[in-house]
Design a protein around this ligand. Structure first.
Ligand code: NCD
Length: 354
């Protein structure tokens, strides 16, 4: 079987996602580079969820924390974020700290040599010379993938974790969303035959794209996409769901669906992608917001999620409702990213044995 570095970039990019997955995997099937959601099958998802739960319990004691911090003190991570971020950045930073890694960061290409005209490829190669892991968030779709390919023919092909690329993918957010769904339904029949409703900017929100992909690993999930017509989900996602035999609905009536769903996944209007100034502000989004009235329509066992940051799509009055899971979801991000880094560096068994 060929490996990533046997292929030229045109040869690699012509492959289907299914053909790419084994080229990016470790021998145990876990991703080596985590670039897109499709790299996770049910086995990998179950493993990440189980590891995250173990780590969460181990981290409750001083001895446990010391054990975790002893796992990767010999590895350093570069956190390279050229798009704004609070949660993803801080949770990756915390995850590295929990595992005893030291970190470096560039959060603005204006302060790196890119400003002097260095190519992204050379910047990444530079990071790989000093660090053993690169976590990256970029505006550019496909840059994480290209970087993984470019490093594969260098003498330091360090793992790359995609922490958000363009409007396209946000695989680690999808992992923490899955973990939150898994934890919420664990004691109530599990995450099968559930209806998940996504609301908001589905055209430009990468979190929904990655999450709907991961949810195809669970039986009987029905997807409901609710947005103003201008911000509806892309046809490629609907085609992907159809190919998996998953049921879906496209609607602009959130209130009609609220009583019928198990999980609501709210998202922010992603106006940073507007092509003309003020374009999003002209769209009527008033029917895509949740406050106390909408919470009354939502079923008693349903949950409310949001990748955050929020604006006004969920009012703060919802925060104390036990069905609101977004703060827990955020903390889950730290455990899931710790689990992913641990798996990337083969620490899973040591954690199992603890
Ligand atoms: C999201 C992102 O950056 O894609 N946030 C996150 O990672 N938690 C969604 C957003 O910015 O709205």
């Amino acid at each position: 079987m060929s490996t990533l570095h046997d292929l030229s970039w045109p040869e690699y990019s012509a492959l289907s996602i299914e053909q790419k997955v084994p080229l990016l995997a470790r021998p145990d099937g876990m991703p080596y580079h985590t670039l897109f959601a499709q790299q996770f099958g049910r086995k990998e998802l179950d493993r990440i969820c189980a590891l995250a739960t173990k780590i969460r319990f181990i981290a409750k004691s001083r001895e446990g924390m010391a054990f975790l911090a002893g796992l990767l003190p010999h590895k350093r991570a570069m956190i390279y974020f050229t798009q704004p971020s609070s949660r993803t950045f801080l949770s990756f930073l915390s995850a590295c700290q929990i595992l005893g890694m030291r970190t470096g960061e560039v959060r603005d290409s204006a302060v790196s040599s890119e400003f002097k005209g260095e190519s992204r490829e050379d910047s990444i190669r530079t990071f790989s010379s000093y660090f053993d892991l690169i976590v990256m968030r970029t505006q550019e779709k496909g840059l994480a993938e290209h970087s993984a390919w470019a490093l594969s023919s260098s003498d330091r092909p360090v793992p790359i974790l995609n922490a958000g690329s363009g409007k396209d993918q946000h695989p680690t957010q999808a992992l923490l969303d899955i973990y939150t769904l898994h934890r919420s339904f664990e004691k109530r029949g599990g995450l099968r035959n559930r209806t998940v409703m996504y609301v908001g900017d589905l055209a430009r929100g990468r979190t929904v794209r990655s999450l709907s992909n991961l949810l195809t690993n669970y039986e009987g999930i029905r997807h409901v996409f609710v947005a103003p017509p201008q911000l509806q989900i892309g046809q490629d996602i609907l085609d992907m769901l159809r190919a998996h035999g998953a049921e879906y609905e496209v609607s602009d009536d959130m209130r009609a669906w609220l009583p019928r769903v198990d999980a609501v996944y709210m998202t922010r209007i992603q106006d940073e992608w507007d092509e003309t100034k003020g374009e999003s502000a002209r769209i009527d989004t008033s029917r895509f917001k949740i406050g106390p009235d909408e919470m009354r329509l939502l079923g008693p066992n349903a949950i409310l999620m949001h990748p955050l940051p929020r604006r006004d799509e969920i009012s703060t009055e919802c925060d104390s409702d036990p069905r609101a899971k977004y703060w827990r979801q955020m903390r889950n991000g730290m455990w899931v990213r710790t689990a992913l880094i641990a798996a990337t560096f083969d620490c899973g068994e040591a954690i199992d044995r603890y």
